[in-house]
Design a protein around this ligand. Structure first.
Ligand SMILES: N[C@@H](CCC(=O)N[C@@H](CS)C(=O)NCC(=O)O)C(=O)O
Length: 229
């Protein structure tokens, strides 16, 4: 499929990042609109016409608009010519394993984990308790849930390679997007394998490009790189 016009709305968070990383892996040209959530930019009549959810990210390819990050990431991977060093699964096992990682990340780590924390943390801790209210027990149990899921992942994180074999795949995009926020919230990752995996992946050129696209160089250095230390 031709890239024609690919557009992405949204930045500064881990969900648009998923799309940017897929686009960088596929070496596709795209136009990005650096709009933020809760800045008013997602609530204009024009934006809501495109995406009635009023959220970021939003992805567009010609006349196809996609308002979920995972669906947009998968769209890129399934519809453009795959580069040699990115895994687009064909075997039932690889397809199922990448799906398993993706749904686990979207549901367990993202929706039930870091996003609950984000909703109820104070603003000083990168949270939105001013909007959703303080809920210390929700934060505590969400954190415990993230730890429990990471512990469960430990067995399946390889010591030297990507999550599924010797090439990155959507499983890595999803897992890294969540690990980024887990690091941001300073949740201690009690797994040498996961920590070593993280350190390996952050060196990949396409990952760094996607991080710069998502967070900008200064923010990347201030918040992300310093969190790696
Ligand atoms: N499931 C959606 C979640 C999108 C989402 O919640 N985006 C956040 C920023 S990362 C947002 O726009 N929040 C604004 C709001 O909830 O009003 C996806 O993965 O794309």
């Amino acid at each position: 499929m031709k890239e024609d016009s690919i557009e992405v709305w949204g930045f500064k968070t881990f969900r648009p990042f998923r799309i940017y990383w897929a686009l960088e892996e596929f070496n596709l040209k795209y136009k990005s609109y650096k709009i933020g959530s809760r800045t008013g930019e997602t609530q204009t009549k024009e934006y809501l016409n495109m995406n009635p959810k009023g959220k970021i990210p939003f992805f567009k390819h010609n006349d196809i608009g996609i308002s979920e990050s995972v669906a947009a990431m998968n769209y890129v991977v399934k519809n453009f010519e795959a580069p040699k060093d990115f895994l687009v699964p064909t075997s039932p096992k690889d397809i199922a394993k990448i799906d398993e990682w993706s749904y686990m990340c979207a549901m367990e780590l993202d929706a039930l984990g870091v996003y609950i924390m984000r909703r109820h943390q104070s603003e000083a801790n990168n949270g939105l308790s001013n909007l959703y209210g303080e809920a210390p027990n929700a934060i505590k149990t969400a954190k415990e849930h993230v730890n429990r899921m990471l512990l469960a992942c430990d067995r399946d994180v390889p010591k030297h390679s990507w999550l599924i074999g010797d090439k990155p795949s959507c499983a890595d995009i999803m897992f890294m997007s969540c690990l980024q926020v887990i690091k941001l919230y300073k949740i201690n990752i009690n797994s040498d394998k996961i920590n070593a995996y993280y350190e390996r992946v952050v060196k990949r050129k396409q990952y760094i490009n996607a991080m710069i696209e998502s967070y900008g160089q200064p923010t990347l250095e201030k918040y992300i790189i310093s969190n790696l230390k």
